[in-house]
Design a protein around this ligand. Structure first.
Ligand code: AMP
Ligand code: MG
Length: 469
């Protein structure tokens, strides 16, 4: 039994449509996140029934939320939950409020041409990557369960097993939620949404400007953390950016292996708009869209409102840089703060071009005592041999231990994710569970699990991800 308390539906009438999930014909439980359920104080009496749409849990009020969004730069006025159902909200043991949502659970009035469904592979991908992000200490929605539906869904690859992921989020309020009401000129709803978002996520901040500043800070920190682990979201559309500052909507995301700023995995991102090194720029672009939506509440005088917005947007790059340098200090084991830390980090990146991102940082922690394994990563170690003495001169305290605590040995490696999802689609869940167990312990020692720490074999080729639909 979950004690639901559905404030979004109560407080924001006209921003959603009530819609029950489809009932899956022959559901089966694939994975249940028992530790998350325990952490959140959730008693999941009937996982198969609840997450397959067969049983609406008592107190749940299924609904599809309205939102819009800029997708690859172009505005789509009506997106909304086209294959997701918010079941409701509950409070965790610490009093924090969470959404429980199903994804892949059937058509809604926002489905447009889509079937409202999801294939097992992409839902397990969301489960795996979001749990990896959580274990890495990066704000994210969490995955509570995946069930197969017993249906097949038709995708480019053919008929695939259908599935639903149950996920938990601080909320599902997106930049695109604000855009939806702003662009329609529904100012009363926009005002209510603003007040609701402040109360739910940033209580005490001062109005629209305070909310904007809090969201900018949270998202700048989030993107800096993504960059630190080499995470590429792949679809940083404004509808996939949560006001809470959590990573949301895992589609064609993946972790970079060889460091290259232009890395793109998604097959649909042909221009590289959401490439690794573009993510901080898109952060600013998306925040500009949020500022536009909030403009009427920045100041009653339109000109003054624009000036207030511009002053803030001009500061995003510096805000992000501060967060990024803080992340890099941790990764490079730089205790305390020196003025040259940012440049030292920039020069490290210059020196590791083409080298596996995760291994470069992880082995650098070992280089405090012995550089051999670290240097073995380089064909031509010219740049990095010049860099190492500068880094050494900057070290103080127990850098190696501090570095091992923030630089993972294990991230979800592309070839292992692919193999796990392929096997699961064919009915074998063993590789998925084996990988899941490893990504839940990212910072532990390498010994005994070397296969999970190494990049894809060269034969794996260029990795391409397809949209999570
Ligand atoms: P995404 O890129 O997965 O975040 O989705 C973008 C938009 O497309 C959202 O409005 C989704 O609800 C919608 N969508 C994605 N896949 C489907 C589907 N299979 N059926 C209906 N709507 C979908
Ligand atoms: Mg989305």
């Amino acid at each position: 039994m979950i004690h639901f308390d559905n404030t979004y539906l109560r407080d924001l009438p006209g921003t959603y449509l009530r819609q029950a999930p489809d009932v899956a014909p022959a559901p089966a439980l694939v994975v249940l996140n028992e530790s998350l359920a325990a952490e959140l104080g959730l008693q999941i009496d009937d996982p198969v029934g609840w997450f397959s749409g067969a049983v609406v849990p008592q107190g749940a009020e299924p609904a599809a939320l309205a939102y819009a969004g800029h997708q690859f730069g172009g505005y789509s006025p009506t997106l909304g939950d086209g294959r997701a159902h918010l079941l409701g909200e509950f409070l965790g043991p610490d009093g924090r409020r969470w959404d429980l949502q199903l994804k892949g659970s059937g058509r809604t009035p926002f489905s447009r041409g889509g079937d409202g469904k999801a294939a097992l592979g992409p839902m397990l991908r969301e489960y795996l990557i979001s749990e990896a992000m959580a274990a890495l200490g990066i704000p994210t929605t969490r995955s509570l369960a995946v069930v197969t539906t017993g249906e097949t869904v038709l995708r480019e690859a053919g008929q695939l097993p259908g599935a639903v992921v149950a996920r938990v989020a601080a909320s599902h309020i997106r930049v695109g939620t604000f855009q939806y009401f702003a662009k329609r000129g529904e100012m009363d709803k926009l005002r209510t949404l603003l007040d609701y978002t402040i109360a739910r996520h940033y209580p005490g901040v001062d109005g629209a400007l305070g909310l904007f500043d809090a969201v900018a800070a949270a998202q700048a920190r989030l993107i800096a953390q993504w960059m630190g682990v080499g995470f590429i979201h792949g679809v940083m559309n404004t509808d996939n950016m949560a006001l809470s500052g959590e990573t949301i909507d895992y589609g064609p995301c993946a972790f970079m292996e060889g460091y290259a700023p232009g890395t793109v995995f998604s097959s649909i991102d042909r221009q590289g708009r959401y490439a690794y090194a573009n993510q901080p720029l898109i952060l600013g672009w998306n925040l500009a869209r949020l500022a536009e939506a909030l403009l009427p509440f920045f100041d009653a005088d339109a000109e003054k409102a624009v000036d207030l917005a511009n002053a803030r947007l001009d500061g995003i790059a510096a805000l992000y840089r501060t967060e990024w340098v803080a992340v890099m200090r941790g990764k490079l084991g730089l205790l305390g703060e020196d003025a040259g830390d940012g440049a030292l980090a920039d020069d490290f990146l210059e020196a590791i071009q083409g080298v596996d991102w995760t291994l470069a940082f992880r082995r650098l922690s070992g280089a405090v005592a012995d550089e051999t394994a670290f240097l073995a990563l380089f064909g031509d170690a010219g740049l990095v041999t010049a860099w190492l003495p500068r880094w050494r001169a900057r070290l103080r305290g127990d850098a190696a231990a501090a570095m091992r605590a923030v630089n993972p040995a294990v991230v979800p490696r592309n070839h292992l994710v692919e193999a796990a999802l392929d096997a699961a689609t064919a009915g074998d869940l063993q590789p998925f569970h084996a990988l899941l167990a490893q990504i839940q312990n990212p910072f532990g020692a390498e010994a005994g699990r070397e296969a999970f720490t190494l990049p894809a074999p060269t034969g794996f080729g260029r990795y391409v991800t397809y949209c999570g639909t």
